[in-house]
Design a protein around this ligand. Sequence first.
Ligand SMILES: NC(=O)c1ccc[n+]([C@@H]2O[C@H](COP(=O)([O-])OP(=O)(O)OC[C@H]3O[C@@H](n4cnc5c(N)ncnc54)[C@H](OP(=O)(O)O)[C@@H]3O)[C@@H](O)[C@H]2O)c1
Length: 296
Amino acid sequence: MIVVTTPTGQIGSALVPALLDRGQRVRVIVRDPSRLDQEVREKVEVVVGSHGDPAVLDEAFAGAEGLFWLIPPDRSAPSALEHYLAFARAAADAIRRQRVGHIVGVTSAGHGWSEPAGVLSAAFAMDEVLAATGAAYRALSLPFYLENLLGQLDPIVRQGAFSLASPADQPFPAIAVADIAQAAADLLTDLDWEGQQNVPLFGPDRLTPDQMADVMSRELGKPIAFAPMTIEALAAGIRSRGASERAVSDTTEMFAAQASGIYDADWAVAETGATDFATWCRTVLKPRMEATSVRS
Ligand SMILES: NC(=O)c1ccc[n+]([C@@H]2O[C@H](COP(=O)([O-])OP(=O)(O)OC[C@H]3O[C@@H](n4cnc5c(N)ncnc54)[C@H](OP(=O)(O)O)[C@@H]3O)[C@@H](O)[C@H]2O)c1
């Protein structure tokens, strides 16, 4: 039995069908089962609740051989570290109680970075808590998800521009969500691994944001420009939405660490996902843009 957290999320919703296709028995933890795909709902065991709740975790982990673990992002959390540690400690206690043997966790690339890195440091703290259980652990260590760009559909469509807090001429590390789900499915299908390892996983390109804009323009058939965003502008934007100073620094430290090369060491040795940026633009971004234009 494989337990999957966040089955309605980007990665989880791709992972569950992949595991079912491979003949795995799957149990999901979900707050609202009506948000599951109908076909999926008929094929999985469902434990209703949050995977931050110890009672829910005990019910879900009973008899489980493998676990897909992902902490939901919460931009309104007063502290990323406290948010990650609360989920991770609840999981670790239940992993020990229920003797779950194998865990695949979603975390950030950049382990070993010595400076504060905000949300990324919180993810590294989660890894330590999970590793301390003694279970076999594979920490899928990831850079920026290409799907984050879907949050910029409006400026891409209306202004022909996207922005990142990254220099225009510096290769920008990223990964497609489909490739993360594939890697998790591979690990959870064959539990013949032991010990604890980080598994850095990056996309196959080494494009700068300016080069990404060129690829996007070609694939979308319209000119798209890259508009760099400063960390100060980013902080002002988060503050104006009412975030606490700690939440602002969790995000700005993360982007500062990214711009300073937190991913470089992992990028040099990473496993490579299959989806290049051009393919992602063609198969994910363009259909979403077309669906948005039809609706508006
Ligand atoms: N985005 C990036 O560039 C990046 C890079 C590296 C690592 N990461 C990590 O990747 C993870 C995000 O993955 P994702 O994009 O697949 O997530 P996602 O699509 O945002 O999904 C979030 C999931 O969490 C569930 N959820 C939300 N709040 C919850 C709560 N309080 N209790 C229980 N479940 C809750 C949601 O379910 P319902 O709302 O349906 O209940 C949903 O299934 C984060 O841990 C992040 O740190 C992200």
